[in-house]
Design a protein around this ligand. Structure first.
Ligand code: HEC
Length: 191
């Protein structure tokens, strides 16, 4: 009986909530949030923000984008790409960082990107070498896919792409890059 009452109460509460648009909006946002799961390890989202801040200091990402050489890309990383290898410090970890900018959109070309990087930047995929033991199975890389503003991209399942992304799965950053495990998971040139 008690159970039944609380069920009734819950029903009444739901009806009350449905009657107020404001709360409903709150619910919707809450739902969206619960679908945005951190991908693979605790603290990865926060870490991705610290990494973004570190990269922004030297123009690897952010408002004034340091120029390198845009080139024609291939799947899955986009139409026009630009890859820069550098070093940044996050907390006490100084490590190699490989930043891949993915450019796209109407009118995208090597020429147009060279003139206005910000306009065509769609995503920034990054590998950052973390402290030893972070992911010993995969050479301690931190994987992340940002939007142009530094927030995180999600995969179709709503997982935020930061950290040991889809470790152990047969798809995703680690699975695909493991094809070049003998080259430290790096497809391109090693500098
Ligand atoms: C299906 C395979 C595949 C998946 C999945 C994939 N990549 Fe890549 N990635 C590549 C290939 C191929 C290249 C080299 C060619 C190029 O420049 O696009 C590359 C290049 C890179 C580079 C430049 C360093 C290098 O290896 O040359 C970074 C950084 C990178 N990927 C990050 C990521 C991140 C982060 C994810 C997950 C969000 C991801 N990649 C998912 C295939 C993949």
């Amino acid at each position: 009986m008690k159970k039944f009452m609380s069920f009734r109460k819950a029903l009444a509460a739901t009806a009350a909530i449905a009657a107020t648009g404001v709360v409903l909006t709150g619910l919707t946002i809450g739902d969206a949030r619960s679908q945005m799961k951190a991908c693979c390890d605790d603290g990865a989202v926060k870490y991705s923000q610290d990494l973004w801040a570190a990269m922004a200091k030297t123009g690897l990402v952010g408002k004034s984008l340091k120029a390198d050489k845009p080139y024609k890309g291939m799947a899955p990383h986009g139409a026009i790409l630009e890859t820069i290898t550098s070093e940044v410090t996050v907390g006490s970890q100084k490590g190699k960082v490989i930043v891949k900018r993915n450019y796209g959109g109407e009118g995208v070309s090597i020429d147009s990107v060279s003139k206005d990087r910000g306009k065509f930047l769609k995503a920034v995929t990054v590998m950052f070498k973390r402290e030893k033991g972070y992911d010993a199975d995969n050479n301690d890389w931190f994987w992340v896919k940002y939007k142009a503003d530094g927030s995180l991209h999600t995969n179709p399942k709503g997982m935020m792409l930061a950290g040991r992304v889809m470790k152990g799965a047969d798809k995703g950053c680690i699975a695909c890059h493991a094809g070049v495990k003998d080259k430290d998971y790096i497809f391109g040139k090693q500098n």
